[in-house]
Design a protein around this ligand. Structure first.
Ligand code: ATP
Ligand code: MG
Length: 286
């Protein structure tokens, strides 16, 4: 069932209270508690956000350029401090949590590989930095490359790979650290649509198999509906959450889901939500 539409009349509608999705009694992994961000020069990148993400959930941040998606994701990663409010991972402050409670990996929009190093050396980098013994590191690298289907290419240099394959290397590098929480900032944004759909399907399979908690950023409504338990719709100027939409479809999801009536309804709902928010922004600015 699609959620009811939120009011059209409010300039900045408050976020819809989050439903208990997917019947999860799982522990919260990410808790964003009235966290907001104003950058040094006074840019209000993000009004206060409240968001709870449970173990095994796939949550997507969807919104136009400049709405604060990367800002929110970086705050969750502990790469940026909120100006006000708090962020907890596994019920602890971020820095403390990643030292003791769980492992987190961040996948950036571009693959950021070392061009002079082989695929396996690139994937092994975080393990080398963490001082993991060589034999164990090599075994974990082999597992991660198998998960993303790149075993045959372990000795290749990045330049010999397509954009989609380089992105797989970047994902393997994150998976090699055996994360519990995967943060992905538009990882497939630079890829063609066909490759992107293939990687979306592969990512979803991986996420289910390893019961990963994923926070994923995208501009793509299609990608958001296909992948997510919940989609957090955001708007710009000022950056804010306007709605959280549960995608109440069972997993595993096949390509058939993308041609279903339900898929089209979710996509339409998200499109309307984004459009409404941009109209609200224009009215508030005029
Ligand atoms: N380091 C910074 N200093 C000042 N302002 C910043 C900084 N980083 C981002 N901003 C501003 O904060 C707002 C949100 O930026 P952010 O990068 O989080 O948006 P985004 O939703 O990720 O956009 P995109 O889809 O283009 O990646 C924008 O107005 C941006 O210009
Ligand atoms: Mg961004």
């Amino acid at each position: 069932m699609l959620p009811a539409k939120s009011s059209l009349s409010l300039a900045y509608p408050p976020p819809v209270p989050e439903p208990a999705t997917a019947g999860t009694a799982a522990a919260p992994v990410v808790e964003v508690l009235s966290a907001e961000k104003t950058y040094d020069k006074g840019t209000r990148a993000l009004l206060p956000v409240d968001l709870r993400i449970r173990q095994g959930e796939f949550v997507t941040l969807l919104g136009p350029s400049g709405c604060g998606k990367s800002t929110l994701l970086k705050m969750v990663a502990g790469l940026l401090e909120p100006t006000d409010g708090r962020i907890l991972l596994w019920r602890q402050p971020v820095q403390q949590a990643t030292a003791t409670a769980g492992k987190m990996a961040f996948v950036f929009q571009s693959p950021t590989l070392m061009p002079w190093a082989s695929v396996q050396t690139n994937v092994r980098l975080p393990l080398d930095l963490a001082g993991v013994p060589r034999a164990e590191a090599d075994a974990r690298v082999a597992d991660a490359l198998a998960l993303v289907g790149l075993t045959r290419f372990h000795e290749a240099l990045p330049r010999a790979l397509s954009g989609g394959m380089q992105m797989r290397v970047s994902i393997a590098r994150a998976l090699a650290t055996d994360p519990d929480l995967l943060l992905m900032d538009e990882p497939f944004g630079a890829l063609d649509e066909i490759t992107r759909h293939k990687l979306d399907a592969d990512l979803l399979e991986l996420q289910r198999r390893k019961n990963l908690t994923v926070v994923f950023v995208t501009h793509s409504i299609h990608e958001a509906v296909f992948l997510s338990n919940r989609v957090v719709v955001m708007a710009a100027r000022p950056g804010r959450v306007v709605e959280t939409v549960p995608i109440a479809e069972p997993y595993p999801r096949s390509l058939d889901f993308t041609t279903s009536t339900e898929f089209a309804q979710y996509a339409r709902h998200l499109q309307h939500s984004l459009l409404r928010a941009s109209v609200d922004t224009e009215e508030a600015l005029s």
